[in-house]
Structures are given as structure tokens and as C-alpha cells.
Write a protein that binds this ligand. Structure first.
Ligand code: FES
Length: 141
């Protein structure tokens, strides 16, 4: 499962990493910083649209972890880790913050970093992870 699609957008300081399959379509990035994150444009991330500090502050608010960044000075492109924490999103997924190893029902292991959203509504096509389907299904809980 490590062959997850990722896209990279680089400026002089950081590389923004986008994982479309992890996105829960909360639109927090688009509403907060449309000069940089605009799904109507191609590419949808305009890394030159704002300063590095502003972009980092916006990425830190991404609830799913679909957006992350690394400092270009880190040769290994290691993502920053934080201590493990869990949060239930109203009418949405269970968020786990931190670095965790997830073993699926077939026994495949995936290493997740930063924020991982687990489906609570039962409608995700990418279980155990949330794929945003709870919005379409109007999940309440
Ligand atoms: S909670 Fe998001 S798809 Fe189920």
C-alpha cells in the first residue's frame, strides 16, 4: 500500500506533499488560502502564491493529513512527527495524529505519518481510511 499517489510542489524552502487518496474534502485549505490551494486550477497547488510561513500555517490545519510538507534541507524528505493523539470529527472520521503503523485485514502494513483519518460512517471505498464519502452520505454521528 506504499504505492500511494503523491504529488510534490516545491519552492525555495519547502516541498508540499499532496496525497489525494487521503483527502477528506474538508476544503479547509481552499477556504483558508485560495491563492495557493485552488481545486479549480491546474495544478491546484500554486506554491508561489504565498510565503512559506503562511503555507506551513495553512497545511498545519489540514484535518486529514493529505497535505504535508518537508523542509528542503532535509535530504531524506522525512515528514515531521508529532505525539499520538486521537480526535473524533463530528459527522466525520476518527483522526489519529502521530506516526502509526496500520495493519489491514489482509495483514498488509502501512506506515502513516502526521494525521490519519479512519472511516466511522462505513461508506469509504478505501477502508479503514476515510475517503470523504461521509459527506455524500450525510453521515451523522
Ligand atoms: S467517515 Fe469519511 S468516508 Fe466514512
Amino acid at each position: 500500500m506504499e504505492d500511494e499517489i503523491t504529488k510534490h510542489y516545491k519552492n525555495q524552502d519547502i516541498t508540499v506533499i499532496w496525497k489525494p487518496k487521503v483527502c477528506i474534502h474538508s476544503a479547509v485549505c481552499f477556504k483558508g488560502l485560495p491563492r495557493v490551494f485552488n481545486p479549480k486550477k491546474k495544478p491546484w497547488v500554486n506554491i508561489e502564491g504565498s510565503s512559506t510561513e503562511v503555507i506551513i500555517a495553512q497545511i498545519d490545519q489540514c484535518p486529514s493529513g493529505a497535505l504535508s510538507y518537508v523542509h528542503n534541507s532535509n535530504e531524506e524528505l522525512e515528514e515531521e512527527t508529532i505525539k499520538t493523539k486521537m480526535e473524533v470529527l463530528q459527522n466525520g472520521p476518527l483522526l489519529v495524529y502521530g506516526t502509526i503503523e496500520v495493519k489491514d485485514k489482509e495483514g498488509n502494513k502501512t506506515l502513516k505519518n502526521k494525521t490519519t483519518a479512519f472511516c466511522r460512517c462505513g461508506h469509504s471505498e478505501n477502508k479503514p481510511f476515510c475517503d470523504g464519502s461521509h459527506i455524500k452520505k450525510e453521515f451523522v454521528g
